[in-house]
Write a new protein. Structure first.
Length: 146
C-alpha cells in the first residue's frame, strides 16, 4: 500500500475530527467543520448555550512530501521548523478572531508533539490574557486541554 499523509494520526483533518468528537461529548454543537485544510477560516466553530467557540487546527508536518512529483520522498525541511510556522499561523488566526469579537472563546487544536507542547509553554501569557485553550490530540486519539 502506498504511503499517504492522510493516514497519519497527526494529519490536520484527523486531528480536527478527534477534537470535533471531543467537543460533541462535552455538549458542544458543531456549526462549522472544515475538512479541506486549504480553505480559509476557522476549522471548527461550536456553540453551547450562549457561548461560541472558534478553533484553528493544525497537524504536524510530515517528514515526506505529501503531494506532487516528490510525494513520499523525504523533505529537507525539519518538521520542527515547519511546525513553528504552523503554530504561529494558528495563533495569529485566533487572535484576529478574538479581536473581531471579544466575547468569542478561542482555541487551537494540535497533535501532541514535543515541539507544540514547548511552543504552548512559551506563550503561557496569551492563555491567561486571551483565554486561548489548546486542544491536544494524543496518538491514541484522546484529547486533553491545556
Amino acid at each position: 500500500m502506498e504511503w499517504s499523509y492522510e493516514q497519519e494520526w497527526f494529519e490536520e483533518t484527523n486531528v480536527a475530527r478527534k477534537i470535533r468528537s471531543f467537543l460533541e461529548k462535552q455538549g458542544w454543537r458543531i456549526v462549522k467543520f472544515n475538512e479541506d485544510k486549504r480553505l480559509r477560516g476557522p476549522d471548527v466553530v461550536a456553540v453551547k448555550g450562549d457561548r461560541k467557540l472558534v478553533i484553528e487546527v493544525k497537524g504536524y508536518p510530515s517528514t515526506r512530501y505529501v503531494r506532487g512529483e516528490k510525494k513520499g520522498k523525504l523533505k529537507p525541511t525539519p518538521p520542527n521548523l515547519q511546525a513553528k510556522h504552523w503554530f504561529s499561523e494558528a495563533l495569529l488566526s485566533v487572535i484576529r478572531v478574538k479581536s473581531q469579537n471579544p466575547m468569542v472563546e478561542i482555541g487551537i487544536g494540535l497533535p501532541k508533539f514535543q515541539k507544540y507542547v514547548q511552543l504552548i509553554s512559551d506563550v503561557e501569557i496569551l492563555k491567561k490574557c486571551l483565554g486561548i485553550k489548546f486542544y491536544i490530540v494524543k496518538k491514541d486519539g484522546g484529547v486533553e486541554t491545556l
